[in-house]
Design a protein around this ligand. Structure first.
Ligand SMILES: [Ca+2]
Ligand SMILES: [Ca+2]
Length: 233
């Protein structure tokens, strides 16, 4: 996965490469039978691939998760990612409780290891979480500006070293660190959904935009939300 711009000389400027590594994408944690469960985006443990489809820059994947020693699946997650002919990535997670029980303290996360300017320029990136706009702003001296925005607003966030940033059973909450870099930066957002009864669905949308200027990336966020209502219905 990469986002790029083509300049006047028709030379591609890579704005963002490898935004998804082994930790990237939507994670979920929840409590069932008094046990905290971590459902990693790329984990095969307890995950069943229900369906997968891709066309015209869009990928739709449906997954179900069954925690260890549980009689049946607890969550179904429909993940959609869309990027077509412009430096915008839209990602949506629709999470539905398909068990017979109320699931406690449900949290969704979106993790991304962003490399501004491509892999060879991964160590000079700076990240800031703006608590007013609730967006992550990443930049380097290329110049490249990347914004990560969400609907709804994130409950918690983190920016930091790509190696350190993760979620586990003992630390299900992101650290709310708002400033990191220059370095090899990764960014994460978290949404707290509380308790979800049987059949209840919760949804989050993430937009990642890239441009040569901050204002360019900001106007691409507005464009991304228009696209999300049109493309990700
Ligand atoms: Ca860079
Ligand atoms: Ca990085």
């Amino acid at each position: 996965m990469r986002l790029g711009l083509v300049d006047e000389a028709r030379k591609e400027c890579v704005l963002l490469s490898r935004p998804a590594d082994y930790k990237g994408g939507f994670w979920v944690t929840y409590t069932v039978n008094n046990t905290r469960v971590v459902w990693e985006s790329m984990s095969k443990d307890g995950t069943r691939l229900v369906s997968s489809d891709s066309h015209r820059g869009r990928v739709d994947v449906t997954l179900e998760h069954t925690p260890a020693a549980h009689p049946g699946p607890v969550f179904r997650q429909e993940v959609t990612a869309w990027s077509y002919d412009r430096p915008v990535l839209l990602a949506r997670s629709r999470l539905t409780n398909i068990s017979r029980d109320t699931v406690r303290d449900v949290k969704t996360y979106f993790l991304m290891d962003l490399d501004l300017g491509g892999y060879e320029s991964c160590r000079d990136d700076t990240a800031t979480f703006d608590t007013v706009s609730a967006m992550v702003h990443l930049s380097d001296e290329c110049p490249v500006h990347v914004l990560m925005a969400s609907r709804p607003r994130a409950s918690r966030w983190d920016v930091g070293s790509a190696i350190r940033l993760a979620v586990d059973r003992d630390r299900p909450d992101l650290g709310n660190n708002s400033q990191y870099g220059p370095g090899d930066v990764a960014a994460a957002l978290q949404w707290d959904h509380g308790d979800l009864g049987p059949g209840t669905t919760t949804m989050v949308d993430v937009a990642v935009t890239a441009a040569r200027t901050y204002s360019g990336a900001l106007s691409a966020v507005a464009e991304a939300w228009e696209l999300s209502s049109r493309e990700l219905r």
